[in-house]
Design a protein around this ligand. Structure first.
Ligand code: ARG
Length: 459
């Protein structure tokens, strides 16, 4: 019988039951439901609802149930329970009999489900932070191993100025660090206990909510029962963190797909993360990266879906809120899978340094240097920019890079240009001139790698 069967004269239709049940997906919360129930049993024992012996019996029954699940002895699809909360109670009743029917005293599935989901979310946050840390370490390795190599940096997908490949790696390290800090922020807000708020108005039993919250590892109890049972901000926080994290992975994937293209040829991806074509024998496709980019869409979708679900919901709990789970489960799983994949991809990258170097030299990436050179000789920057533009146009017509122009050619545009212009047009020189903190010069790049190593350790 359903948990609420007493008031009903006939059972649910099969169609309604299949539509309403959440066990097919919320069974994921089984361990959290058991953990929360053990906490609750202790709280109601102290409130005088259960004797010490009864509490111990319930706790043992719940632990045995957890072990059964852990040992793979449970098939949720065989159960007709409505949701994970009903399932746990039904199983407990099978083994312990009537005493199990005392467990739900003073509690509602409304405070229970949000407690379970917060406990689950907290574990996921901790696992995701670990996975993100592994990715940071792997990117630091890639940066460290390729510190000397230079490739074109782009704006508008046009070659702009050369940068160290390590600097490109470190850009993604910064993004992953923000992803970690977003999860840490979200963890603070989610780590509040709804237990004791009951259906919406608060329980009548004399529960010490602080003690109960603490026993489940929460920082404290939620302070308003109406809010506590209808708040899903913490799910939105995580969906936003996942969406932003996936957006970063998608940009990372896009950069690498381009670097790996025949046109750029800056990197070679390992065989272990690529696949072939059934028709074209020569192909080696960056499927892992394309899937990372592709899965980003469904994660954004889950954020949007829950925002729309919650918009306009009256206080307090409404069944609409059962729709919070599948999107969250999927989004965090995709994010985690993509991070694991990212680490594998990073580990497989071989840099084609000669192609990078060649491309970095092409496209007049050193034009800014020539303008700065003129500035150093007293020319106002705007004028220097115009002169350099004219030199570039000349060089394009001659099909020559700037550093191959003769001095007399340079001097047609400005007689301030002298022999000392040539070294400043060299790739390493112009990259290492950017030794400003946060820049692409070797000094700041090495410093940032070292700082991150200190914070995150080595893989
Ligand atoms: N399966 C429900 C959910 O996920 C549990 C809460 C049910 N509460 C209720 N009053 N029907 O939201």
């Amino acid at each position: 019988m359903a948990l609420w069967g007493g008031r009903f004269q006939s059972g649910s239709s099969d169609i309604f039951k299949a539509f309403n049940d959440s066990l097919p997906f919320d069974h994921v919360l089984v361990h959290q439901d058991i953990q929360g129930s053990i906490g609750w049993s202790k709280a109601i024992q102290k409130a005088g609802v259960l004797s010490i012996a009864e509490q111990q019996q319930l706790e043992q029954g719940l632990l045995d149930l957890a072990a059964k699940v852990e040992n793979g002895e449970v098939d949720f699809s065989e159960s007709s329970a409505e949701d994970i909360h009903s399932w746990v109670e039904a199983e407990l009743t099978l083994t312990l009999g009537d005493i199990a029917r005392k467990l739900h005293t003073g509690r509602s599935r409304n405070d229970q489900v949000s407690t379970d989901l917060r406990l689950w979310a907290r574990e996921q946050v901790d696992m995701l932070i670990k996975t993100l840390t592994l990715c940071v370490q792997e990117l630091l390795n890639l940066a460290d191993n390729n510190k000397q190599h230079i490739l074109p940096g782009y704006t508008h997908l046009q070659r702009a100025q050369p940068v160290r490949f390590a600097h490109w790696c470190l850009a993604y390290v910064e993004m992953l660090k923000r992803d970690i800090s977003r999860l840490e922020d979200a963890r603070v807000r989610l780590n509040q206990s709804p237990l004791g708020c009951a259906a919406l108005a608060g329980t009548t039993y004399n529960i010490n909510r602080y003690e109960l919250a603490e026993s489940l590892g929460f920082d404290g109890p939620c302070m308003n029962s109406l809010d506590a049972v209808s708040d899903r901000d913490y799910v939105l926080d995580l969906l936003f963190a996942a969406s932003t994290g996936m957006m970063h992975l998608s940009r990372f994937a896009e950069d690498l797909i381009f670097f790996n293209s025949g046109e750029a040829n800056f990197i070679t991806l390992g065989d272990q993360v690529t696949s072939g074509s059934s028709l074209m024998p020569q192909k080696k496709n960056p499927d892992a990266l394309e899937l990372m980019r592709g899965k980003t869409g469904r994660v954004f979708g889950s954020l949007q879906a829950l925002l729309v679900t919650l918009k306009g919901l009256p206080l307090a709990y409404n069944k609409d809120m059962q729709e919070d789970k599948q999107g969250l489960f999927d989004a965090l799983e995709q994010w985690s899978n993509c991070l694991v994949m990212m680490k594998e991809v990073v580990n497989s990258i071989e840099l084609n340094s000669a192609a990078c170097q060649k491309a970095a030299r092409e496209g007049y990436a050193n034009a800014t240097e020539l303008a700065d050179y003129l500035v150093s000789k007293g020319v106002p920057f705007r004028t220097a920019h115009e002169i350099t533009g004219a030199v570039v146009l000349y060089a394009i017509n001659e099909r020559l890079p700037l550093e191959s122009l003769r001095l007399d050619e340079f001097q047609q545009f400005s007689d301030l240009i002298e022999e000392d212009v040539y070294p400043i047009l060299e790739l390493e020189y112009l990259v290492d001139k950017r030794n400003i903190l946060g820049g692409t010069g070797i000094e700041p790049v090495e410093k940032v790698i070292a700082q991150n190593r200190h914070q995150f350790g080595s893989a």
